[in-house]
Design a protein around this ligand. Structure first.
Ligand code: FAD
Length: 249
């Protein structure tokens, strides 16, 4: 059910030079329930008083169910001259914003019977997959399927939650993490690192219609290109699920 509620910033930290992880709590004391993969909207006004809103995927790692979580976590990528950027980059701990949600269907589906998931992201587009981690563990245990997370960043300092995904991959057979560096390779490369765009690493995984369902999230150009590639590889459109991070002005 979609609700409107105030969020109070409880904690924050910089994940990258221009990406802030923000952990909110509902200021009305009510619980926040969402399905991993969903997003919320932050409502605010331009300086001329006109109302506007921006969307942010929920990054909170819950217990794998849609039970309420205590904290509503998001990762905000700063955009030069951006209106929400101005608000969220200066919000101090204890400060409040108006929000609504949860929205969206970019979620894992219990009815799927595929043997492999290809999760592809650039930038903050990786946050829905962070929220999905408990469900991913559950799906691997219940169905014996596998997950490959292909994640693109310009350089190591912009690889958001990289150590969390590495640790999850280590403790979860069936989950592999493929960081792709489009500008600067990692100074000390790791075995699954790729230099180049996510499309290259995705191609190396030989996507195929018989086994795969793909999720694509983040930069709209990447989503379009990866979609075209997967369609060309024979994946039916319902098996290529997309979330484009377009500005909602
Ligand atoms: C479903 C959904 C989920 C989203 N989830 C997230 C999320 O988890 N984290 C996150 O950071 N963002 C997310 N976004 C994008 C987010 O909603 C905002 O669009 C983004 O934060 C920019 O808002 P802004 O108000 O700061 O910039 P705006 O005022 O909207 O834009 C300022 C200027 O920057 C340009 N611009 C906007 N976005 C970008 C960009 N990404 N790169 C380069 N130029 C840009 C605009 O065209 C404009 O010229 C999501 C979008 C959607 C639709």
């Amino acid at each position: 059910m979609i609700e409107h509620f105030p969020l109070k910033l409880a904690e924050s930290r910089m994940l990258a030079p221009a990406v802030r992880h923000m952990a909110f709590e509902r200021a009305d004391g009510k619980p926040f329930a969402f399905v991993p993969g969903q997003f919320l909207q932050i409502h605010f006004h331009y300086s001329d008083g006109k109302p506007t809103k921006r969307s942010y995927s929920v990054a909170t790692i819950g217990d794998g169910t849609s039970a309420p979580v205590e904290r509503v976590e998001i990762a905000v990528s700063y955009v030069e001259g951006g209106a929400a950027t101005a608000l969220l980059s200066t919000l101090e701990e204890g400060g409040s914003v108006d929000a609504s949600g949860p929205y969206g269907r970019f979620c894992l589906m219990d009815a799927d019977t595929n043997t492999r998931y290809l999760l592809v992201a650039t930038g903050t587009g990786v946050t829905p997959y962070r929220a999905m981690l408990p469900k991913i563990r559950e799906a691997i245990a219940a169905r014996g399927c596998t997950f490959a997370l292909v994640y693109g960043a310009r350089n190591e300092s912009e690889l958001l939650y990289g150590e969390e995904f590495e640790a999850f991959a280590k403790e979860t057979p069936g989950f592999t993490f493929h960081p792709c560096f489009s500008r600067v390779p990692r100074p000390v490369p790791r075995p699954n690192d790729r230099n180049g765009r996510v499309q290259v690493a995705l191609g190396e995984l030989s996507p195929n219609a018989a086994n795969d369902i793909a999720y694509l999230c983040g930069n709209p150009d990447m989503v379009d290109e990866a979609f075209a590639m997967l369609k060309e590889a024979g994946l039916p459109v319902p098996h290529i699920r997309r979330e484009k991070y377009v500005s909602s002005r």
